[in-house]
Ligand binder design. Structure first.
Ligand code: SAT
Ligand code: MN
Length: 590
């Protein structure tokens, strides 16, 4: 393929010289190309075709066993000044960043194919689309980018006219050694260099690297926000749609919330899926915040996904899907923990590493990796709201911040105003999940669910959030939710999934000024009886517990949060510190 874009031409030719691939393939993004890539991987035994009848055009991919999640400790932001990356990021100077990875890339594609993937984040004709080109030697990446982005010929036509204004992403799986694995971001150069991992978040460079880490820096400069958020439209029985965006850490239910199906008693309610992972939010001329989903597919966590927990997701996985690190049944169907209700199948399964288990080799280890994933196009999803021509996005009425907290944090509360909302997001702590390498279940600070994804100093980030809000005449209301509270028997106290509509219903009523509430020092809480628990197993007593604010314990938590904010001094906003201090004092005696 040819391009009149001199900057692109030059970069590709430099890359080719440095990487020494056997051949270069420009991806056109056609279905025929996608099929051919998959067929090639079947031939080389990198992909296993799944059951043709029950899972047509579905494939299983098994990654290297040490390459199953994002590697946050190997992910760097390379800026001239360390303070611009902030204590929330690993930092190297751009010079050191390049020096660390460039030698690894030298001749790394000898004997391999170098794929050139032009892509757009957001529909190409959207005024908010951003373009990039990823170079990779991984056909798995090509196949996933086909599902996750708008890639190929059309994107290239836009890039042809862009001069240098596109992101350059260089990726090679290398030898997959975790000793030689780096994910480097160069915001000033709009460049990413990722070496040594084939895993989604590390290798599909349009996703976390471009659409969050680099885009967050660009958004700060241009007055918008690039966030780790789902976007949904909730339609009530009167046919009115209200859009909300929700920030939750990885593997905390964004996909489930984005595809929620209300219980039977919620007749006439419907949820439309706009996005499940990333939102680009811009102030509109009307003073509201407008959001687009820059992605074209879903890269979701498979374990736990079932006909009960997420019917839309479950249904969309039965055709044109790529499964990564799931288990497989003898008739070549994908399998994971929690797929079928009460299914305890562990024998005769082939686990995610390719080991087939018999009764005698039964093990308690999970058959699917806890971070096993599916990749599908958005168009597979029945509840997907298709973007229109020259797409400008949807107006956001509420922002949810959600963390995974077994104790302390109530089911829902509303922030008193934008400043308090920013504090609520910045104060988020959540238990770690299998989406990143490291221990699971450890409580850590995860402001706005952006700890792994904010491409610059959190202090500057919070200032930017405050600024964006003050420029909105109709800012979204901000809420905090926690679906994950547990009782003394470690049982979940809230049913979650489809029943979360009960909390969303209250949130919507708050957005439309249809329900009263009670003010507490933590925030605005529902009045007793305003969260509908009819036809659930939740008792009034449990709901009371879920909506109780433990003042002194919360004050302790916020004292720790205050210390955390302090680590971003002098860039942490004073207004945030003051509000936090005020809340601590009020909560102590509440
Ligand atoms: O692996 S990804 O980063 O793409 C998904 C996630 O962890 O949020
Ligand atoms: Mn995510």
């Amino acid at each position: 393929m040819n391009t009149p874009n001199q900057a692109l031409k030059q970069w590709i030719s430099q890359a080719q010289q440095h990487l020494s691939p056997d051949r270069v393939v420009w991806c056109d993004g056609s279905q025929a190309e996608h099929k051919a890539i998959l067929a090639g991987m079947v031939e080389s035994k990198e992909m296993i075709p799944l059951n043709k009848d029950s899972y047509p055009d579905c494939y299983l991919y098994r990654s290297h066993p040490d390459d199953v999640a994002r590697a946050e400790h190997l992910t760097y932001i390379c800026t001239p000044h360390k303070e611009d990356a902030g204590a929330n990021n690993n930092w190297l100077s751009p010079k050191e960043g390049h020096q660390r990875v460039d030698p690894l890339f030298k001749n790394c594609m000898q004997g391999r194919t170098m794929y050139v993937i032009p892509y757009s984040m957001g529909p190409c004709d959207s005024p908010y689309a951003q373009f990039g080109v990823e170079i990779t030697d991984s056909p798995y990446v090509v196949a996933n980018m086909y599902l996750m982005t708008h890639m190929g010929k059309e994107a290239l036509e836009y890039i042809d006219k862009l001069d240098t204004n596109f992101v350059r992403g260089l990726h090679s799986t290398g030898d997959l050694s975790s000793e030689r694995r780096w994910i480097m971001h160069f915001p000033d150069e709009m460049m990413i260099k990722s070496f040594g991992s084939g895993y989604g978040g590390n290798a599909l460079l349009g996703k976390k690297c471009h659409a969050l880490r680099l885009a967050s820096v660009q958004a700060k400069q241009e007055g918008w926000l690039a966030e780790h958020m789902l976007i949904v439209g909730i339609e009530n029985p009167q046919g009115e749609k209200t859009y909300i965006a929700g920030a939750f850490p990885s593997a905390c239910g964004k996909t489930n919330l984005a595809m929620l199906i209300p219980p039977n008693t919620y007749k006439g309610w419907k949820v439309w899926t706009v996005g499940d992972d990333i939102a680009w939010l811009r102030p509109g001329a009307d003073g509201r915040l407008w959001a687009i989903n820059p992605e074209a597919g879903f890269f979701g966590v498979a374990p736990g996904t079932s006909q009960q927990t997420n019917p839309h997701a479950y249904n969309m996985l039965h055709r044109n899907a790529i499964f990564t690190n799931v288990a497989m049944t003898p008739n070549k169907e994908p399998w994971w923990e929690g797929k079928e209700k009460d299914d305890n199948t562990t024998t005769s399964l082939t686990d995610w590493k390719g080991q087939t288990h018999t009764a005698s080799s039964a093990t308690t280890a999970p058959m699917a990796h806890p971070n096993a994933r599916f990749t599908v196009s958005c168009h597979n999803c029945d509840s997907f709201e298709k973007p229109g021509k020259a797409y400008q996005g949807v107006p956001i009425s509420a922002i949810l911040f959600g963390s995974r907290r077994r104790s302390l944090v109530p089911l829902v509360f509303e922030a008193k105003d934008w400043l308090h909302g920013v504090l609520t997001g910045a104060a988020m702590c959540s238990e770690t999940t299998a989406a990143a390498t490291g221990k699971v279940g450890v409580l850590r600070h995860d402001p706005m669910a952006m700890k792994p994804f904010c491409g610059y100093n959190f202090g500057d980030y919070w200032n930017h959030w405050l600024k964006v809000g003050t420029n909105l005449s109709q800012p979204p209301k901000v809420f905090h939710v926690n679906w994950f509270r547990q009782d003394s028997q470690n049982q979940y106290m809230w049913p979650g999934f489809g029943d979360n509509i009960r909390v969303l219903e209250w949130i919507l009523k708050r957005c439309h000024n249809q329900v009263d509430s009670q003010e507490t020092p933590l925030g605005v809480l529902p009045l007793k009886g305003d969260i509908n628990i009819e036809n659930t197993t939740v008792t009034g007593d449990t709901l009371n517990q879920l909506l109780t604010v433990n003042g002194p314990a919360y004050a302790d938590h916020l004292t720790e949060v205050h210390n955390f904010f302090q680590t971003f001094a002098p860039r942490n906003p004073q207004a945030l510190m003051d509000t936090c201090t005020k809340m601590i004092n009020q909560l102590k005696n509440y």
